[in-house]
Structure formats: C-alpha cells, structure tokens
Ligand binder design. Structure first.
Ligand code: SF4
Ligand code: FES
Length: 197
C-alpha cells in the first residue's frame, strides 16, 4: 500500500488522505501526519481513501497526482525582481500591518489539496485564491497582479477543477485555516483584471 508523506510536521502538504470521509481526518486545522491514533477508540474501523477529484488522478493506492497545483503556481505564483542594482530592500517598503498579516496568512497554504477534496465541485478556488492573495496584498505583487490572476484562473479552469458555489467546505477542512475572504479577494482581482483587459 503506497501513500505520500514527507515532513511529518504539517508543512509540506504531501500526506493528503481522506480519513473517515474527511480530508486529513476528523480533527480541525491539522494535516494527516498530525492526527493521533488516540483520536480513535480501540476496535474502530478507520476508512482511508485517496483524495478524489478529476484534476487529481490516482497514481497508485492512496497516492494522487497533484501536479495540477504546480501548474497553477507556475502560471503566476511568483514576482519578477529587477536585479540590475536598483533593487529596493523589501524591509524598506512600508506595508500596513493588516496587509502584511493577511498576506502572511494566505502564504500559509501548503498546497495539500484538502480544499479540493472537501468541495462537492472539486473546486481549487481556495488554493488559487491563497496564492493570488499572497501577492495581491503586497506592493511587490501589484506589478504583475493583472496578468497573474488571469493566468492562474485560466490554468485552474484548464486543469478541470470545478466552479466555486460558496459551500464553504474548503475553509472548514483546510489544515492551515485559509479563509474564504481570499476567494472574495480573488473574485475582486479577477473582475478588475477583466475590466482592464
Ligand atoms: S487552501 Fe488549505 S486545504 Fe487548500 S491546498 Fe492550501 S492549505 Fe491545503
Ligand atoms: S507529511 Fe508533510 S504535511 Fe504531513
């Protein structure tokens, strides 16, 4: 029986399993590797399945291919920095504390895919919105913001993820507490980019 794991401390996002019908099992705000057997009783039957989504094809047993997330990241999850000698030190750019905090919270997404597995539409909106928000809130990310959101959403659709219907299951199952506010921000960023285009 094969399954993915790596860090065993909740930061790599590879140990993604559906346990008793819930991504990462019955506890909140943890990954599978942080779930203790003491959560279950002696004699319990524990049902473990791979995450199910058209965009996450099963490779073998409990291992699914989540490279669709990598391709969404590659479509815009980066900033371009001028290294010609005129680069401004990031720490020298004033940023409102609330923006810095919200960007940091969005950056906590570990790309585990629980949001997709939890969603009845297998939507990747929470993941994509976290990646878009991480940059949209910071001045360094504003430079390429228009193209970033257009490209990442286009890639998300191309990968076969479903549409968001505001069910909210993603937020409940996310081990990193990524908020639905990020989806609202993504929708605002997308609308603004489409109006410019
Ligand atoms: S938004 Fe949450 S559930 Fe989705 S990939 Fe990121 S950490 Fe995992
Ligand atoms: S093994 Fe890395 S998050 Fe679980």
């Amino acid at each position: 029986m094969v399954f993915d794991h790596d860090c065993r401390e909740g930061i790599c996002g590879s140990c993604s399993l559906q346990i008793n019908g819930e991504p990462h099992g019955p506890d909140r705000l943890i990954t599978t590797c942080q779930l203790h057997m003491r959560k279950f009783n002696d004699g319990d039957t524990i049902v473990i399945e791979p995450f199910r989504a058209k965009a996450f094809p099963v490779i073998k047993d409990l291992v699914v291919d989540r490279s669709a997330f990598d391709r969404i990241q590659q479509a815009g999850g980066f900033i371009s920095v001028n290294t010609s000698g005129n680069t401004i030190d990031a720490n020298a750019i004033p940023i409102p504390k609330s923006d810095a905090d919200n960007a940091f919270s969005a950056a906590a997404c570990i790309g585990c895919g629980a949001c997709v597995a939890a969603c009845k539409n297998a939507s990747a909106m929470l993941f994509t919105s976290a990646k878009v928000s991480q940059y949209a809130l910071l001045p360094q990310g504003r430079v390429e913001a228009t193209q970033r959101v257009l490209n990442m959403v286009a890639q998300m659709d191309q990968e076969g993820f479903g549409n968001c219907t505001n069910t909210g299951a993603c937020e409940i199952e996310c081990p990193k507490g990524i908020s639905l506010e990020n989806i609202a921000r993504l929708n605002r960023e997308l609308l603004s980019a489409q109006l410019k285009g």
